[in-house]
Ligand binder design. Structure first.
Ligand code: CMX
Length: 133
């Protein structure tokens, strides 16, 4: 696979309104997009840091993976997302190397990207996402 850079770091928060002021007023970043991803049951807020984005994730349902994560571990870093040329190819390579996939085929994520996740039990404890434009 060809990873070009870290596309984003996903951070689980209880609510965007309480978390955004830290990123804007303390770190001086600008929230340039707020978007709900109904498929993933989250509302997201994006900030650019060079080529990489910070993606804040607020759960919109108790069944959301992010709600479950916050309940278990509290707010904090939830996943890391790598930008690849082809999510399908990256998944095929991971599967052939014995990595457990969460998504067998790419699906639609925030900002119109094609995305897929690897299971944290196969990736040294870090929920890992691939993204393709
Ligand atoms: N990072 C690291 N480990 C995680 C994790 C995370 N984000 N989320 C769960 N885990 C661990 C749990 O701690 C647990 O470990 P133990 O068995 O040692 O306790 C194990 O994975 C199973 O966790 P669980 O709470 O029982 O949750 P599930 O198995 O039901 O789901 C997962 C876990 C990763 C499969 C699910 O969260 C998932 O499918 N995630 C991918 C989709 C997603 O996270 N979407 C939200 C973001 C969307 C976006 O960016 O737009």
């Amino acid at each position: 696979m060809n990873i070009s850079h870290i596309e984003h770091i996903g951070i689980a928060v209880k609510d965007l309104k309480s978390a955004i002021p830290y990123y804007e007023d303390v770190l001086g970043l600008k929230c340039y997009n707020i978007e709900e991803v109904t498929d993933q049951k989250v509302k997201t807020a994006f900030f650019k840091v060079g080529q990489t984005k910070i993606e804040l994730l607020e759960p919109t349902s108790e069944e959301s993976a992010v709600a479950k994560f916050i309940e278990k571990k509290g707010e904090g870093v939830h996943h890391i997302a790598f930008r690849v040329d082809s999510v399908a190819e990256a998944l095929a390579e991971c599967e052939s190397k014995g990595v457990q996939l969460i998504d067998k085929v790419p699906r639609k994520g925030a900002e119109g990207l094609s995305i897929a996740f690897l299971h944290p039990k196969s990736t040294a404890g870090v929920l890992t996402e691939f993204c393709e434009e």
